[in-house]
Design a protein around this ligand. Structure first.
Ligand code: NAI
Length: 675
């Protein structure tokens, strides 16, 4: 095996270089070779610790976290660096994260290249640092920066660390400064005094508020406070807690979704396929989605042209895109220069000939098959025969949308989520004709926008909206059988969802789901239970937040949804007319049934080959539908509760709504009966 750590001694300066691509993670090999290097450099005046490649150590090797920890352990390596008779100077670049920052903090001195980012992101995978990170950070960075990094997962810049006195210099050419560190006095960080902690009450409140059900931020806060005790007694406590948290449900879920996201963005089928370059993008339809997609493309450095129905609509789209960019400027996300650059790269008109040259066109007009087909007729007429053509349709069949387009292998779905300049998920839809090159291009393009692409086949609603439909149906059955909307929403929020199903419908507008139900009327299985409560709300003009009322009412000036007796009346009236017996559902009953509905639909989607894997389904739900990452997604949840529990819940749901749930074969009743 090639070595991961190289040591070269020149004029009694030891140059210790970690070279463990891609991110110099602190694998077992790196840890043991670092320990060896510390032994090999005795007699030197200074040791310079640096990394090859694009970054300093950017974390631990998470693939090792499921196995029992292997020696040498990181805390021992970090302590050996701090206690080495040869003082260490860390040269930092790229991302100095987790174990990387723990190593850097154990060095006697630190120089960073401009642009270096620092952080303790263990909290993002449900952990606390385990090698002195929480004990050295308050001593080196102060409480505020330590809490922001360890509890909130925030990153800090080299300049911020310089201002905090946590690094010695920021330099484009750190090597030229090495000699100035020989014999420079220093105080090891772990022996320094901890600063006074008056602000900890306020910081603690911020951490508690941001935790939203997660435990890792709270554990990080507790561990930071242990720094008040001597390092020798507090660091072993940190290590013990770190190892215990590796076994927590939260950490397992977050690690699952971390690996799931990495896998979903590199589908097996696309290995070795070269994507087509995309520099210029046309978007047809500059409404809610078109403008959001335009803004995301501009932020990624593409030139963008929106084609609208007429000049007025094009002018309106220009205003909307400008507004989105202005918002980014005001929030400090982009500079004035970048703002101006993006405006220059943007155009809008009502003329197809203006986009004849572009590499990719994304259609985002009304959800109407004929309108979309007309758009692609125009696009195929004016654009290059090899230009990529994509639709953002939510529910229509892209095979129908692209019917008759020449060279259909270049056609695909790129399903963005609202607001498209913010939401990470993009479902990349493969039609029966989509070629590998177009798919690979869709993935490369989405990744270039810093989105999370997931491959999906064609079915009603693709992956995400199809599961959403099952979830909503299960929620409406609960209303019919005894629950109220605010009870369902509160239960799902308590589970960790960003919003409950009824609040979420109010947010997006009930007419979207209604139009969808009407479209499905023709093909709906007559045995499937159909609850008309939603339809009754729509008939009364209760279309959601924008109409001032939906499942809740919204008074002007107040953002909070209010329970509305009229909604209860509609529900009670429906129950009375259908004569259904009523059940008192607990929050746990509600959570279990709705999550089971999602997991069952997700499993069917995988069995039908619409999604490549259960992990892909989890990525869709966590990155596009407000499912809490720290729960790992519905399929991970199903794995945690086990098939027996799911089958039992499906049996209960079947009893309440016979013939309404088609089961994934892995949850079929037969296998339950055979046990
Ligand atoms: P929207 O109604 O806000 O915008 C549609 C725009 O298309 C309008 O500005 C309209 O003037 C323009 N348009 C209509 N026909 C046109 C034509 N022939 N040529 C040029 N422009 C034309 O609709 P929205 O919400 O942006 O949806 C667009 C598409 O994106 C739909 O297919 C929808 O299903 C899909 N989608 C919507 C999501 C949402 O949350 N609203 C989420 C994901 C996908």
């Amino acid at each position: 095996m090639r070595p991961c750590v190289k040591t070269e001694i020149i004029d009694r300066i030891a140059w210790v270089t970690i070279d463990n691509p891609p991110v110099n993670a602190t694998s077992t090999a790196v840890r043991s070779e670092l320990l060896q290097a510390i032994n090999d450099i005795q007699g030197c005046k200074l040791a310079v610790l640096q990394c090859a490649g694009k970054t300093f150590v950017a974390g631990g090797d998470m693939s090792e976290f499921d196995a029992p920890p292997a020696a040498p352990h990181l805390p021992d390596v970090v302590n050996a660096i701090e206690n080495s008779p040869v003082p260490f100077l860390a040269i930092l670049h790229g991302s100095v994260l987790g174990g990387g920052l723990e190593i850097a903090m154990a060095c006697a001195y630190r120089i960073a290249k401009p642009g270096t980012k620092f952080g303790l992101p263990e909290v993002n995978v449900g952990l606390i640092p385990g090698a002195g990170g929480t004990q050295r950070a308050p001593r080196l960075l102060g409480w505020e920066a330590a809490v922001k990094m360890a509890c909130l997962g925030q990153l800090a810049s080299a300049q911020e660390l310089l201002e905090l006195g946590a690094i010695d210099a920021v330099s484009d050419d750190p090597r030229s400064q090495v000699a100035t560190f020989i014999d420079r006095p220093f105080v090891p960080v772990s022996t320094r005094d901890v600063p006074p902690s008056q602000i900890m009450d306020t910081l603690g409140e911020t951490v508690r508020r941001s935790a939203k059900g997660r435990i890792a931020p709270l554990h990080n806060f507790t561990a930071l406070q242990w720094a008040a005790a001597p390092y020798k007694t507090s660091q072993p406590k940190e290590r013990t807690l770190h190892l215990a948290l590796r076994q927590s449900d939260e950490s397992k879920a977050l690690r699952h979704i971390f690996f799931a996201e990495r896998a979903s963005s590199r589908p097996e089928a696309l290995r070795g396929t070269t994507p087509q370059p995309v520099a210029s993008v046309a978007i047809v339809g500059g409404g809610l989605m078109g403008c959001g997609i335009a803004s995301a493309c501009l932020n990624a450095g593409h030139s963008v042209h929106i084609v609208e129905r007429d000049v007025e609509a094009a002018a309106k789209a220009t205003d909307t895109v400008r507004g989105l960019l202005q918002g980014a400027l005001e929030r400090g996300k982009i500079s004035e220069e970048q703002f101006q650059g993006r405006l220059k790269a943007f155009h809008a008109s009502d003329i197809y000939a203006d986009i004849a040259h572009v590499d990719l066109a994304i259609e985002a007009v009304f959800e109407d098959l004929a309108a979309k087909q007309d758009v692609f007729n125009e696009l195929s007429r004016v654009m290059r025969p090899d230009a990529l053509l994509a639709t953002n349709t939510s529910y229509l069949d892209p095979n129908d949308i692209f019917a008759g387009v020449p060279n259909p292998e270049r056609c695909l779905g790129l399903h963005f989520f609202s607001p498209a300049h913010i939401m990470k998920l993009v479902e990349v839809i493969r039609t029966q004709s989509t070629g590998m090159s177009a798919l690979a291009s869709g993935f490369a393009f989405a990744k270039g926008l810093r989105k999370t692409p997931v491959l999906a086949g064609v079915c009603d609603g693709f992956i995400g909206n199809r599961i959403l439909a099952a979830y909503r149906r299960a929620a409406e059955y609960l209303l019919a059988d005894g629950a109220l909307p605010y009870e369902v929403d509160a239960a799902m929020r308590a589970f960790g969802m960003a919003m409950g199903p009824f609040e979420a419908q109010d947010q997006s507008g009930l007419q979207i789901a209604e139009a969808n139900r009407r479209r499905q009327d023709v093909n709906r299985d007559p045995n499937e239970r159909y609850v008309t409560i939603s339809d009754r709300l729509c008939a009364k003009g209760r279309l959601g937040r924008r109409s001032g009322m939906g499942w809740y009412s919204y008074s002007a000036g107040s953002k909070a949804p209010q329970c509305d007796p009229q909604v209860e009346e509609i529900i009670f009236d429906y129950r009375a007319k259908t004569g259904l017996s009523q059940t008192k559902f607990t929050a746990e009953d509600i959570q279990t049934q709705l999550l089971t509905a999602m997991a069952n639909e997700g499993a069917r989607i995988v069995e039908e080959g619409i999604a490549d894997s259960a992990a892909d389904v989890d990525v869709v739900k966590t990155s596009g539908y407000g499912f809490p990452r720290w729960r790992g997604g519905p399929m991970h949840w199903a794995t945690m509760v086990g098939p027996d529990a799911l089958i039992a819940t499906l049996n209960t749901m079947d009893q309440a709504s016979p013939g309404s749930w088609i089961r994934a074969s892995k949850y079929s009743n037969t296998s339950f009966d055979q046990r």
